[in-house]
Design a protein around this ligand. Structure first.
Ligand SMILES: [Zn+2]
Ligand SMILES: [Zn+2]
Ligand SMILES: [Zn+2]
Length: 475
């Protein structure tokens, strides 16, 4: 270490370094620090001698929920091998020892400046949070294009920086629905890159293509040349022409010695003999055995998928900086619910009406915790189906003119009109119990946590005040 660096660098025994006004932490395999404890450092240096530790750790940090971590400058220090394309796309670079810290300072400061430009990294839905991660990671690194990178440990054969690390191996197919949604919303523009194939049974991409016997599908076979002897017209497998004593070929039909290929004989094709069923054939079948579930796919059964490379559009860049609000399509599409803005208007009108005639009206909310975990467990499509069912159940308890809305995917607000607050409270309790049962029965291992509140509608205050009282802490 040269003396100039020594003067301004301070390294303590547990991996903390202060240099040039920035704090670094060297993350060793035996580090006892939690991710939360790493949030405060300017940059993380992953000690990358063990490449398995290094690739596991970078994926874990980049998939962390908080932007303070997933956007952090992260480098490998002392990497033993080049980890390859996908892992390299997740790190900001490599250095061999702390003496090289100076070389990465400009890059770190650039990332910090661009991160500072982001106005909002919060997201309303699970899909939106993944899209935000993907877009902000690219933006803060000055990348306009995100390429699929072949990755042997990917369940779908290709990985995308900022998205793939958020999914378990078995659910990586969801990467496509996230990218499709971002493209549909105009944030990114896809361009054909390549085609890839997945197992028809389990969707996995690791396939072993091989030639098999068309009769019994065994891949154990012997291949022989077929010999055609011109003078007598005999055609047969080369083994019929061979002998045990020398390399000469003798025709079994006319007993002549075969002399020159192309002159008195040739080898027009080959013959395959299955070692399992003895079937003789000229053309193999090709099958693709899944290395995940061992299903032997016919080629035409395979699921074919176009892999795209994506360019971030101007709209996408705008959404990256100012925050991405997905169109609330899935919320509006739930039959039996209405848009939140309409709900607000109607309840405000109702407050005006009962000011004149008087009534027993109530406003309630139901808040479902861990909706992110829910989507991770069952996927966005099943969640939508389940949400419809939830609304149907609740409607059975309400009057036909009661209103239901989703303010966000976790927070439902509803009216319980023309019923005393005591009875309405009992009803709400019953609804919540039923929802808990529905979710517990339908989703294995999901920790169902529901909060609910109810209050009578007060004709002397505005809807706005009442709704914010009702949902305080949950909005
Ligand atoms: Zn066979
Ligand atoms: Zn012959
Ligand atoms: Zn499979």
């Amino acid at each position: 270490m040269d003396s100039k660096i020594e003067n301004i660098m301070h390294q303590d025994s547990n991996g903390e370094i202060t240099y040039n006004g920035h704090t670094f932490y060297i993350l060793y395999p035996n580090s006892g620090k939690s991710i939360e404890e790493l949030l405060g450092y300017t940059a993380i240096l992953i000690h990358a001698v063990h490449s398995a530790f290094a690739s596991f750790t970078i994926q874990r940090l980049r998939s962390y929920k908080d932007a303070k971590m997933y956007l952090k400058p992260i480098y490998f220090i002392n990497p033993s091998i080049d980890s390859g394309g996908y892992i390299n796309s997740l790190i900001d670079g490599s250095i061999f020892n702390v003496n090289q810290l100076n070389s990465i300072i400009p890059n770190i400061e650039e990332i910090l400046i661009r991160t500072h430009q982001l106005k909002n990294t919060e997201s309303a839905t699970y899909e939106a949070s993944i899209i935000t991660k993907f877009l902000t990671l690219a933006y803060t690194r000055g990348r306009k294009q995100v390429d699929p990178i072949p990755y042997q440990f990917s369940g779908i054969n290709y990985s995308y920086a900022g998205i793939s690390c958020n999914f378990e191996h078995s659910e990586e197919q969801k990467v496509f629905s996230i990218l499709d949604k971002a493209e549909k919303d105009g944030l990114i523009q896809g361009e054909f890159y390549d085609k890839t194939h997945y197992c028809n049974k389990c969707n996995h991409g690791a396939l072993n293509y091989r030639s098999v016997c068309p009769k019994c599908s065994s891949s154990d076979s012997l291949t022989q040349d077929i010999v055609h002897h011109f003078p007598c017209g005999n055609v047969g497998p080369i083994s019929d022409f061979q002998n045990e004593f020398d390399d000469n070929l003798n025709c079994p039909k006319c007993n002549k010695v075969l002399r020159h290929i192309g002159v008195d004989y040739d080898k027009p094709s080959v013959l395959h003999i299955c070692r399992k069923c003895d079937h003789k054939f000229q053309d193999f079948d090709v099958k693709a055995k899944c290395l995940n579930c061992e299903f032997d796919n016919e080629l035409e059964e395979l699921i074919e998928k176009s892999i795209k490379r994506y360019t971030i559009t101007n709209k996408g860049e705008n959404a990256t900086v100012f925050g991405y609000l997905p169109a609330n399509r899935e919320i509006e599409e739930i039959p039996g619910t209405i848009r939140y803005s309409l709900f607000s208007n109607l309840v405000s009108l109702e407050i005006e009406r009962v000011r004149v005639v008087g009534s027993k009206n109530n406003l309630a909310m139901i808040y479902l915790h861990n909706t992110t975990e829910l989507v991770t467990k069952i996927g966005e499509d099943r969640r939508r189906v389940l949400t419809k069912e939830v609304v149907n159940i609740i409607k059975k308890f309400l009057r036909p003119y009661d209103l239901i809305t989703y303010k966000n995917p976790s927070l439902m607000v509803l009216t319980l009109y023309d019923i005393s607050i005591e009875n309405a409270s009992l009803l709400l309790e019953e609804i919540v119990d039923l929802l808990k049962k529905l979710l517990t029965d339908n989703i294995k291992g999901y920790n169902v946590l529901i909060d609910s509140r109810i209050q009578p509608i007060d004709i002397h205050t505005t809807y706005k005040t009442q709704i914010s009282e009702l949902t305080v802490g949950f909005d």
